[in-house]
Design a protein around this ligand. Structure first.
Ligand code: CFM
Ligand code: HCA
Length: 544
């Protein structure tokens, strides 16, 4: 039998796309790319961040999901109030498994366990929903006395024209706390990605930079694009503490209003998921002079490389030495776990289709188990997430940003404080570290035999499964049971099913064990019906 390496990927692509009407096939062809280098510096161009073809079963979510669920969802001490039908609030209520630890702020507030919604009905659609929104804000305030309330617009709000910004301004004046709205109507843009942008703008305008208290600590960072799914942030925080690095604020896993407001006092912004939070990083650099760089704590090697990058950025021998000590200490258990699982997982195949960064980051963890990712893709990422920021000379204007008001950001004369010499900030290099540089997914995948597939459809997913029969498939809840019906293990890389944490060293070990357990489970040997294995049984049963 031909091994997967002998399969010609271009003919697989042709075979899969042939089922579509010609116009659809032409469009999908630009999203379905065999991973190749175009020249020394750049990868095959992939189309991304454009409208899904109507009628195709896509796994994408909406703008509201990206704003309310993803970026603002993990904020425990803001009351996040959904203005819309009850389902929008309900289905974005903690399904993402973002955890929080309220004991890290003095008031201990945590509203995440409540679902706040105006529960819009036909009455509001016909006569307008502003009155009900005012009442809901008042009720939330009276019951919980929060520091902050934010309001999220769902599709009908934009369609009927409720002015959430006027209502929130009015209620802010009346109640004397920060209250603001997001125009994150579900249909805005082409995916969750538009919602990230809307949320970034809201955080920057209404929350960041309101408290100038300077905290103690030699190395003070913000951790951006880490949402504490399954406790990932807890474990990164613990690791940083060991190294002597202080997190001022995370955006937004295990976050708090107090931390956000103070985040402009940090030295450096570290970006874990670039897709969802790069706008905040760019705006903070512009207004406050804080540089940013990309890191990744998924995978033990990636974790070590990230810690070294942070230490080298500071260029302080004490930190460099401390980081090396921590790496050496942590790697003992990691190497032991790797050797164990490699004996059972070496050479196995994985496919992963997730959001806007994990389909890249998780490949690190599979590599460490000796496994190979043969096809991967994002739901809503942009071209640079595939092709790499450093290989793209100019990034085209995002298709989805046409709908989003760009904030005008200027230096804040009172708070602007370039954390590194201004010429280095402008040149984007510090102690040999190229700030802002990051490789996309394609640079880390084997050339000519692997695929990058953007916004994959269910039909394409099933064809890829049939042709390659991977040992594990990773995606989200919408794909889970369809994949399992093909007789293979399916790991959710969004919610982690019921698992996690998977970040940093302890998380990596946890992930190796989980994948070993899933792939080597005996259950997959029993899923073929007896008569599929022995045709004579079918006749026997038929006679009974
Ligand atoms: Fe960033 Fe995320 Fe992701 Fe994302 Fe998401 Fe998520 Fe994701 Mo689900 S912020 S892009 S919008 S890493 S919710 S924690 S798992 S699709 S790959
Ligand atoms: C979202 C959230 C989601 C959905 C996950 C899934 C998450 O996009 O609105 O489809 O399983 O991580 O919770 O990405």
């Amino acid at each position: 039998a031909a091994t997967w390496r002998e399969i010609d990927p271009e003919s697989v692509k042709t075979e899969i796309l042939a089922k579509y009407p010609p116009k659809v096939a032409r469009k999908r062809s630009k999203h379905f790319v065999v991973n190749k280098k175009k020249d020394e510096k750049s990868y095959e161009e992939i189309q991304a961040n454009v409208r899904t073809i109507p009628g195709i079963i896509s796994q994408r979510g909406c703008c509201y999901a990206g704003c309310k669920g993803v970026v603002m969802g993990p904020t425990r001490d803001i009351i996040n109030l959904t203005h819309g039908p009850v389902g929008c609030g309900f289905y974005s209520w903690l399904t993402r498994r973002n955890q929080t630890d309220p004991s890290t702020t003095p008031d201990g507030d945590n509203f995440m366990t409540y679902c706040f919604t105006t529960d819009m009905q036909e009455r509001e659609i016909v006569f307008g929903g502003e009155k009900k929104l005012r009442q809901a804000i008042q009720e939330a305030y009276d019951t919980f006395k929060p520091k902050m309330i934010s309001v999220f617009s769902t599709c009908p709000v934009g369609l009927i024209g409720d002015d959430v910004h006027a209502v929130t301004r009015e209620m802010q004046k009346k109640l004397g706390i920060t209250i603001f709205g997001f125009s994150c109507e579900g249909y805005k843009g082409v995916s969750q990605s538009a919602g990230h942008h809307v949320a970034n703008n809201g955080l920057f305008q209404h929350v960041i930079g309101k408290d100038d208290t300077v905290q103690e600590g030699e190395y003070k960072v913000n951790l951006l694009g880490e949402y504490n799914i399954g406790g990932d942030e807890f474990i990164i925080d613990e690791l940083f503490e060991k190294c002597g690095i202080k997190i001022i604020s995370t955006f937004s896993g295990n976050s708090s209003v107090d931390h956000f407001q103070n985040s402009h006092t940090a030295d450096l912004n570290l970006i874990m998921c670039h897709r969802s939070i790069n706008y905040v990083a760019d705006m903070m650099e512009e207004k406050y002079g804080i540089p940013w760089m990309k890191i990744n704590f998924l995978g033990a090697n990636a974790t070590s490389a990230s810690l070294r990058k942070i230490a080298q950025y500071y260029g302080d021998q004490k930190l460099i030495d401390r980081v090396e000590e921590v790496i050496a200490e942590e790697m003992v258990a990691v190497e032991k776990a790797q050797a164990d699982v490699r004996s059972r997982l070496e050479g196995k195949l994985a496919m992963m289709f997730v959001g806007g960064s994990r389909a890249h980051h998780y490949q690190e963890l599979f590599n460490e188990m000796g496994m190979q990712t043969i096809a991967a893709g994002y739901e809503f990422a942009h071209r640079d997430d595939y092709e790499g920021r450093n290989v793209l000379p100019t990034i085209k204007v995002d298709a989805d940003s046409r709908n989003i008001e760009e904030l005008e950001v200027k230096k804040d004369p009172e708070r602007y404080n370039p954390r590194i010499p201004e010429d280095e900030l402008a040149a984007g290099v510090r102690n040999g570290i190229e700030l802002k540089a990051y490789d996309g997914m394609m640079a880390d995948m084997e050339e000519n035999v692997t695929y990058a597939i953007d916004d994959i459809s269910q039909y394409e997913t099933e064809k890829m499964i049939e042709i390659y029969k991977p040992d594990i498939f990773c995606a989200g809840i919408k794909e889970k049971y369809m994949v399992q019906k093909h007789g293979m293990p399916m790991k959710q890389l969004h919610s982690y099913d019921s698992g996690g944490p998977y970040a940093a060293y302890k998380g990596a070990i946890n992930f190796y064990c989980e994948i070993d357990r899933m792939i080597n489970s005996k259950v997959w040997k029993h899923i073929r019906a007896p008569w599929e294995e022995n045709p004579q049984l079918a006749a026997m049963y038929a006679n009974e």
